[in-house]
Design a protein around this ligand. Structure first.
Ligand code: ADP
Length: 361
């Protein structure tokens, strides 16, 4: 299949209420041409409602949705020209694979020889060449998802919408399909909006991730920026593991438990600030180590949990709070000699510090 020109999507002021509940609360979002953008959030946060508003199955109460320069908010789904692959958007059981994939082309009144050719190209694209005559119930879960994908892309849409398409697959197959979908996206070029509640899936696949909670857009950023610079505590907790230590501001300085911290960047607000600590960013200080540009914490080891390639060491800070660090179990590391009860020093480099605002719930 040949590459298409993905359409940019411009969402402004989109609001959808069910009774008193704001399923979507004034969402503004610019999705770039050809971008792979993921909507990520807990169950009930509004992801599907937003995707359905893009597809045309849900009509927002207010706001505008543009595909390129065209306002589509009042258009019916079939007038929007988007490819769709939904968790519960099942294949037709009475049709074989080729008939399922050809369905959107028949709807568009394309002639038979061209349908046959395009179906074959789509089968090849999803690596199911030769499966056209199979019945749907003769396929594995992964193969069905490939057929659903082929059906979604067979007419060359410039926008592809996907709602948790891999959630029914087991972990290994899901991870394989994530990479495949990503490659396919790069090859075909359509603007893709993908819904998931799985943060690892979002980090693996996306150009940018939108975190949604309670119908509100919390943050839109690249996977790396979202992980390193979450906008608030909700985002930080939702993406990866982290501990949060309450800090106080005195002028331009930031203190934790009476200790002045070296921090990479000042937060925008001085209210309700927390030092976010990712477990893999902490290190054990070794004798003679240069601790310039680093924060040192005196701690007592309270528990060590072995997890194969890494171990988690729980430590007690001077103020009685417990935080964890994730360290490699490779041989020859300083942490290999640590035991429960030991008093050690932890290093947190200035460049690994992030101050986040409490909130986002
Ligand atoms: P998500 O996809 O993030 O799990 P949804 O977009 O499905 O969340 O739902 C957002 C909120 O809107 C939820 O509280 C849900 O219960 C509510 N909701 C969604 N659809 C309807 C509907 N048709 N009627 C009433 N409430 C709805």
């Amino acid at each position: 299949m040949s590459k298409v020109n993905g359409l940019p999507i411009s969402i402004s002021g989109i609001t959808k209420c069910y009774g008193n509940l704001y399923a979507l609360d004034h969402i503004d979002l610019e999705i770039k041409q050809g971008e792979f953008l993921t909507l990520l959030g807990p169950s009930g946060s509004g992801k599907t409602t937003l995707l359905m508003a893009l597809a045309g199955f849900t009509r927002p109460d207010h706001g505008s949705i543009k595909f390129g320069n065209e306002e589509v908010v009042l258009k019916a789904p079939h007038q929007r020209g988007v490819g769709m692959m939904f968790q519960n958007y099942a294949l037709f059981p009475h049709m074989n694979v080729a008939q399922n994939i050809g369905y959107p082309l028949r709807l568009r009144k394309i002639n038979k020889p061209e349908i046959a050719e395009r179906v074959n190209q789509a089968l090849e694209t999803v690596q199911l060449t030769g499966f056209g005559d199979r019945r749907v119930n003769q396929l594995s879960g992964g193969q069905r998802q490939r057929v659903a994908l082929a059906r979604a892309i067979v007419f060359g849409p410039r926008i592809l919408l996907m709602d948790e398409p891999l959630s029914a697959l087991d972990k290994n197959l899901r991870e394989k399909m994530q990479i495949e979908l990503r490659h396919l996206h790069e090859k075909l070029g359509m603007t893709t909006v993908y819904v998931t509640h799985d943060q690892r899936e979002a980090l693996t696949m996306s150009d940018r991730i939108v975190v949604i909670n309670n119908g509100k857009l919390m943050q839109c950023a690249t996977p790396r920026d979202l992980y390193d610079y979450p906008a608030n505590k909700f985002v930080a907790e939702f993406i990866g593991e982290s501990a949060f230590l309450k800090v106080v501001h005195q002028g331009d300085d930031i203190y934790f438990n009476g200790q002045k911290l070296l921090v990479e960047a000042q937060p925008e607000s001085q209210q309700d600030s927390l030092l976010m600590i990712r477990p893999e960013r902490l290190m054990v200080m070794v004798d003679g180590q240069n601790a310039e540009n680093a924060n040192i914490f005196n701690v007592t080891v309270s528990e060590i949990v072995y997890q194969g390639e890494t171990k988690i060491i729980y430590v007690l800070l001077n103020n009685g709070e417990t935080i964890s660090m994730r360290l490699s179990t490779r041989s020859g590391q300083p942490q290999n000699n640590i035991n429960v009860g030991d008093q050690i020093k932890l290093v947190l480099h200035k460049s690994d510090t992030t101050i986040v605002e409490d909130g986002g719930y």
